[in-house]
Design a protein around this ligand. Structure first.
Ligand code: URA
Ligand code: SF4
Length: 219
């Protein structure tokens, strides 16, 4: 399927209902071709009334198999950072810019492949609907894919880090852009990895400050 044949998710996104309605409709999405090779759609996790929303790139291998976001290696690193920042994962709304796993096969292995701009934009109506339903006080966009979806444009993380931006939808929700947690796993030098982790934790804390530190599970 080429870019021209990606209709985008809009026609599959219910116009009414909450997160449950969105989650129920997502498996039927044919907004781009990524559903074809993935095991299942991976939607989101967390309370619909969460005040802080964390957005990743796309499900990874483990997430694709389990149907839950951030349950693989990047998710474990994210858990470490959430704990280090003094936050409670159960109080956060976690989701991804792209809801199906994109990969290439290499023998029996499935190698993560970054979503193309066409996939990000095709999947964007889901994230926009999630923001409209949850109405978080802050969105943390982790990595360039999440940043493109939330901001509606490409940014360099280094250029916007430490500033508060606004989401491109009509809510103009405050947005903090940070790195993707998987980048914290790839650095060869321990000192570099630790510094990057601390900077990531600091970004989460900055986001928590925007919501007044009140990010515990509202249920
Ligand atoms: N990376 C992501 O961006 N999201 C996940 O759910 C898992 C890994
Ligand atoms: Fe739909 Fe997004 Fe999956 Fe593409 S990746 S089929 S747009 S849910």
């Amino acid at each position: 399927m080429t870019g021209e044949e990606r209709p985008g998710a809009r026609q599959w996104v219910p116009e009414r209902g909450g997160i449950r309605a969105l989650r129920a409709a997502a498996p039927d999405c044919r907004g781009c071709e990524l559903w074809q090779d993935a095991t299942q759609v991976v939607f989101s996790e967390g309370p619909a009334r969460a005040r802080m929303m964390l957005v990743g790139e796309q499900p990874g291998d483990r997430e694709d198999l389990e149907g839950e976001p951030f349950v693989g290696p990047a998710g474990h690193r994210l858990d470490d950072a959430i704990a280090e920042a003094g936050l409670d994962r159960n109080g956060l709304y976690l989701t991804n810019a792209v809801k199906h796993f994109r990969f290439e096969r290499s023998g029996r292995r499935r190698i993560h492949e970054k979503p193309a701009v066409g996939h990000i934009d095709a999947c964007r109506p889901w994230l926009a609907a999630e923001i409209a339903v949850v109405r978080p006080d802050v969105v943390v966009a982790m990595g360039t894919t999440a940043a493109r979806s939330v901001l509606g444009r490409n940014v360099r993380i280094g250029a916007v880090r430490g500033t508060v931006l606004e989401s491109a939808d009509s809510s103009a929700t405050p947005v903090i852009v940070t790195v993707h947690p998987s980048s914290l796993l790839r650095m060869p030098e321990k000192a570099e990895r630790e510094a990057a982790f601390r900077a990531f934790v600091a970004d989460l804390q900055r986001a928590a400050e925007i919501v007044g530190g009140d990010v515990h599970d509202p249920d």
